[in-house]
Design a protein around this ligand. Structure first.
Ligand code: PEP
Ligand code: MN
Length: 338
């Protein structure tokens, strides 16, 4: 931590800052320039509370040097992490596409969706049993019955399942149903109690970016999960809210290289909730792969027009199939495969 003193700071005020640094168990390094005094606190910065320095007389500003996220940071783990999901690697050379409907509706819909997902070449499947809906009157998901349908359909094609956990009280049920990847949705990115609980289980977590979350807040949310012991975290960029109203959200492509630099954990992209329209999905998915995404989370419905949720943005099985075909060349151009 660096403490910059005011031009008018007295020796006694400098001494008070030095005293607080020593009291906290760190050492000081005082630089006296012709005008300013700058004090460096040397040692474990976590032992210091910046606000205690900010209120001291004579202090102009306080700057932390170390990042607050540690386990998820690339500084502590320079090599990229590969997360194994029932033998399927996520984060390595191979890009994984997770396809499936927004919500689980019926057994027949899930059976058809699973067949389409597998035929398109996806190695994992998505589907929501617990849906975070803006309106309390909208379809909320089938709940546990949906998990049952999901497993029945997905297991037939040996597809690991990805599904959203909204309420910590359902975590034991998710474990019982052997959910392969737990998704934490955008609206729960900073539900810290939920993050702490999924930090204690041995299941990979997809952590979606909050609607208006900064990269730092997102990394800190992942750090909550990691701090509990679960380091199998996958970031998912799903578009952020801006002034633009021409599409559902703005896919923040810039977040992909920034996150890949900041964290060793895999980064995937959800082009469906970003664009909000099926016709936008291929372009956004292609951009994500070109920008270095490790995977994609794409909504696909056997009959998009009939979908109970997010019908506008669902690809049909042939559209998903075609998209994956086009992604091959882009993946290859950036040294990946699909
Ligand atoms: C979803 O993936 O179905 C979903 C609700 O996404 P988000 O949390 O990104 O809105
Ligand atoms: Mn959806």
């Amino acid at each position: 931590m660096i403490i910059v003193m005011k031009l008018s700071a007295t020796d006694a005020q400098v001494a008070a800052v030095v005293g607080l640094i020593r009291e906290s168990g760190l050492k000081e390094h005082v630089s006296r320039g012709s005008e300013l005094v700058i004090i460096g606190a040397m040692g474990d910065e976590d032992l210091l509370d910046a606000s205690r320095f900010e209120i001291l007389a004579g202090v102009e500003r306080v700057t932390r040097i170390m990042k607050q996220y540690k386990i998820v940071s690339r500084d502590t783990h320079p090599a990229g992490s590969i997360i194994q999901i029932r033998g399927i690697p996520l984060g390595g050379k191979q890009i994984q596409v997770i396809g499936g409907p927004c919500s689980i509706e019926t057994q027949a819909q899930m059976d058809e969706a699973a067949a389409g997902v597998a035929a398109a070449g996806c190695r994992l499947m998505r589907g929501g049993a617990f849906k975070p809906r803006t309106s309390p009157y909208a379809f909320q998901g089938l709940g546990v019955e949906g998990l049952e349908m999901f497993q029945t359909a997905a297991r037939r094609h040996n597809l690991p399942i990805v599904t959203e956990l909204m309420d910590v009280r359902m975590l034991d049920t998710f474990m019982e149903y052997d959910v392969d990847v737990i998704q934490i949705g955008a609206r729960n990115m900073q539900n810290f109690d939920l993050l702490k609980e999924v930090g204690r289980v041995n299941k990979p977590i997809i952590l979606k970016r909050g609607l208006s979350a900064t990269i730092n807040e997102w990394l800190m949310a992942a750090e909550y999960i990691a701090a509990g012991g679960n380091h199998n975290i996958i970031f998912c960029e799903r578009g952020i809210r801006t002034f633009e109203t021409a599409y559902r959200n703005v896919l923040d492509v810039t977040a992909i290289p920034v996150l890949k630099r900041e964290t060793h954990l895999p980064v995937i992209v959800d082009p469906s909730h970003a664009g909000g329209k099926a016709w936008m999905v291929p372009a956004l998915a292609q951009a994500a792969v070109a920008a270095g995404a490790d995977g994609l989370l794409i909504e696909m419905h056997p009959n998009p027009a009939e979908a109970w949720c997010d019908a506008d943005q669902a690809l049909s099985p042939p559209q998903l199939n075609e998209l994956i075909t086009t992604l091959g060349a882009i993946a290859q151009a950036v040294g990946r495969c699909i």
